[in-house]
Ligand binder design. Structure first.
Ligand code: ZN
Ligand code: ZN
Length: 206
């Protein structure tokens, strides 16, 4: 979700605030921006995302169009997280396509669209962060896996199924016997008169 606060001034030193001063405001004019910037905090989802401060590789084309600046290209970033089935660490590289129009102040687009539909230039500056966040969040898996066929953990003992034999199982106790076992445990841990009676008159204490 874009969050453009109209009265919030962009900081030209912020890593994801880009300057279009070098780009002539003549439709067709073009500039390439290639640089590494540190990733902002909380770029991603709960289980997987771009670590804060990691290198974001920007490879962008800034193009003057009649209403503003069209930004397109890719952002490449390392991603780390954990497998949703087995919690093993995941690390990979993500390339996110970016395409966003930043309208000139007071252009028709500026006057006729909401800020959450189309980005805005502030003077010569624009903030790539909202578009970048949307792109990264869309590209990340909601249920990350260490590999597509990760078998996960045994729910009984918590060991990864990769490390267990194929016939691994925990003795399934018939519920009727389970009730009897519980009774025996009770008797063993609390040898009261009642329990002795339950074991029968011939039972020998030892
Ligand atoms: Zn896994
Ligand atoms: Zn197990």
């Amino acid at each position: 979700m874009h969050d453009h606060s109209p009265n919030q001034h962009l900081d030209p030193r912020a890593p994801l605030v880009l300057d279009t001063r070098d780009l002539p405001r003549r439709p067709g004019a073009m500039r390439v921006v290639q640089r590494k910037v540190p990733a902002p905090a909380d770029l991603g989802l709960e289980l997987i995302g771009v670590p804060q401060g990691a290198d974001l590789d920007l490879d962008l084309r800034l193009e003057s169009v009649s209403e503003g600046v069209l930004v397109s290209g890719t952002v490449t970033a390392p991603v780390s997280g954990e497998c949703g089935r087995c919690l093993r660490p995941i690390s990979e590289t993500l390339s996110v396509p970016i395409q966003e129009l930043y309208a000139y102040e007071n252009s028709t687009t500026d006057e006729t669209t909401e800020e959450d539909e189309v980005g805005r230039l502030q003077g010569d500056l624009f903030d790539l962060e909202p578009a970048l966040r949307d792109g990264v969040v869309l590209a990340l898996p909601a249920n990350p896996l260490c590999r597509a066929d990760c078998p996960g953990l045994c729910p009984e003992c918590g060991v990864h199924r990769d490390e267990l034999p194929a016939d691994h199982s925990h003795q399934q106790v018939d519920p009727r016997w389970a009730a009897l076992n519980n009774l025996n445990n009770l008797i063993d841990s609390a040898p009261t008169e009642q329990a002795r009676a339950a074991r029968g008159p011939d039972h020998e204490e030892n």
